[in-house]
Write a protein that binds this ligand. Structure first.
Ligand SMILES: Nc1nc2c(ncn2[C@@H]2O[C@H](COP(=O)(O)OP(=O)(O)OP(=O)(O)O)[C@@H](O)[C@H]2O)c(=O)[nH]1
Ligand SMILES: [Mg+2]
Length: 434
């Protein structure tokens, strides 16, 4: 199928999975929803890809159509298990406020529509390049979002075990494994000791570093089965963040996680202001000394700090937002993206249809020409007809492709209509999304 067709099919599937997560589509009571969290690059998308046996295309790997949250699912003993891929905090490519805004919209909608999160899996890389600050920050943010009194349905899975380390038949690999296990123990104790005390369990994802996708899937699903089992025995409390944001109708700044981010922003603002004061004083001195070169350099630094400060002020303004503010923005964006995609896809289909008609015309002409020209020369006629047959085959495969594209388009249209109709029928309530 062509690219636009594939993108449409993926988006239609994505829309349906989101609809389940945000409560627009009713789900079976045995279905389960799990958040997959962790620092940027800790392996969340990879884990989900292995567990659900879905190769993630660029549209899922890169910021998705929702610019950060993605929902996938797989069947487990007849039940549907939904895994929610979330963005990590302290990401160099995205501010925490943007991440929080998207999280609040989707977690908020799912909370409002009474879809509960059954458990959380936090991924933790054992690689050394995962800096301590990012780790701590992510854990603090996740804790502020959850706010549970107990963490029984909470797993911590270490990732990034070296490839093929299960084959520890040589001394070097064996030493490396021992080293990594020690480091893992340190990381778990340092960052997750309190969560473990409150009931969280820890495990390893693909510790042997196998490349075999079936084994990787089994590893990932084993981890999830622990969480599924726990969720069957114990329903965790609702997440604190959406409860405060939706039920108590607080502005983002007044929620637990918003307060945490607000403090960080305040600290950044103070640091930038102090730096700005220093630079301004130096600029005054440079002006007094008529040091034009230094003055030009300092002006550049001041402009840079001004840029950072203005970003902080923008983020602080977002903290004053309510669920309805964020939700409206996200819904509009989602609709726009769907519309653009539909137009692109329709145009692609029209273009292909025109090409196919032209090709069919051409082949009809070739056939007629061969009949007329080689009426008396059987061999030449057969040769000419062979060529026509080649074209005919191309036409057949184009027709097949067209039929697939039309099918995908139909599927996309029906998903879009279904979701938007549902949205319109619920307009006015807090529980709409997309
Ligand atoms: N060796 C190894 N590589 C992994 C593992 N998990 C993920 N990777 C690789 O590490 C990179 C980052 O993994 P992702 O799954 O995209 O990480 P993420 O947590 O989704 O990152 P963000 O979406 O940016 O927050 C990718 O190139 C993965 O292929 C693992 O367990 N072992
Ligand atoms: Mg990811």
């Amino acid at each position: 199928m062509n690219d636009a067709g594939t993108a449409c099919e993926r988006l239609a599937g994505n829309a349906r999975r989101f609809a389940a997560f945000t409560g627009l589509i009713e789900v079976d009571p045995l279905d389960r929803f799990f958040l997959i969290v962790g620092a940027p690059g800790s392996g969340k998308t990879e884990f989900i890809s292995r567990c659900t046996d879905q190769e993630m295309g660029p549209s899922e790997r890169l910021p998705s159509c929702t610019d950060s949250i993605n929902v996938f699912n797989y069947k487990w003993h007849g039940r549907r298990i939904h895994l929610i891929d979330t963005p990590g905090f302290n990401d160099p490519n995205r501010s925490d406020i943007e991440t929080l805004k998207v999280l609040s919209t989707y977690l908020g909608a799912s909370y409002a529509n009474e879809v509960r999160i059954d458990g959380i899996l936090m991924l933790q890389s054992i690689k050394s390049d995962n800096t301590g600050t990012t780790n701590r920050h992510n854990i603090d943010m996740v804790k502020a979002i959850c706010g549970f009194t107990g963490y029984r349905n909470f797993g911590i899975a270490t990732t990034m075990w070296p490839r093929e380390s299960g084959r520890n038949d040589d001394r070097q690999t064996w030493n490396q494994c021992v080293f990594l296990r020690n480091r893992e123990a340190e990381i778990i104790q340092k960052y997750y000791g309190d969560l473990q005390q409150d009931g969280a369990f820890s495990c390893r994802f693909n510790e042997t570093g196998t490349w075999n996708p079936y084994e990787q899937k089994a590893h990932a699903q084993n981890i999830m089965s622990q969480l599924i089992e726990l969720s069957d025995g114990y329903k965790p409390e609702a997440l604190q963040f959406p409860r405060e944001f939706i039920h108590e109708r607080r502005i983002l700044a007044k929620t637990s996680v918003g307060t945490y981010v607000g403090i960080q922003l305040y600290k950044s603002m103070k640091a930038y202001e102090a730096h700005m004061a220093e630079v301004t004083a130096e600029m005054e001195k440079a002006a007094e000394n008529e040091d034009a070169e230094n003055l030009a350099e300092l002006t550049e630094v001041r402009d840079e700090i001004e840029g950072y400060l203005s970003q902080v002020h923008q983020d602080q303004a977002i903290l004053k937002g309510t669920f309805e503010d964020f939700h409206g923005d996200e819904q509009m964006e989602w609709k726009e993206k769907m519309d653009v995609l539909e137009t692109d896809f329709r145009e692609e289909i029209d273009r292909k249809e025109t090409e196919l008609l032209e090709l069919e015309d051409m082949v009809r002409g070739m056939r007629k020409e061969a009949e007329r020209k080689y009426r008396l020369d059987r061999q030449k006629k057969e040769e000419a007809m062979d060529k026509v047959e080649d074209y005919q085959e191309a036409i057949e495969s184009s027709r097949e492709e067209m039929a697939q594209s039309r099918g995908a388009y139909k599927q996309f249209r029906s998903a879009k209509t279904e979701i938007f109709n549902k949205l319109e029928s619920e307009e006015g309530g807090v529980c709409t999304i997309m």
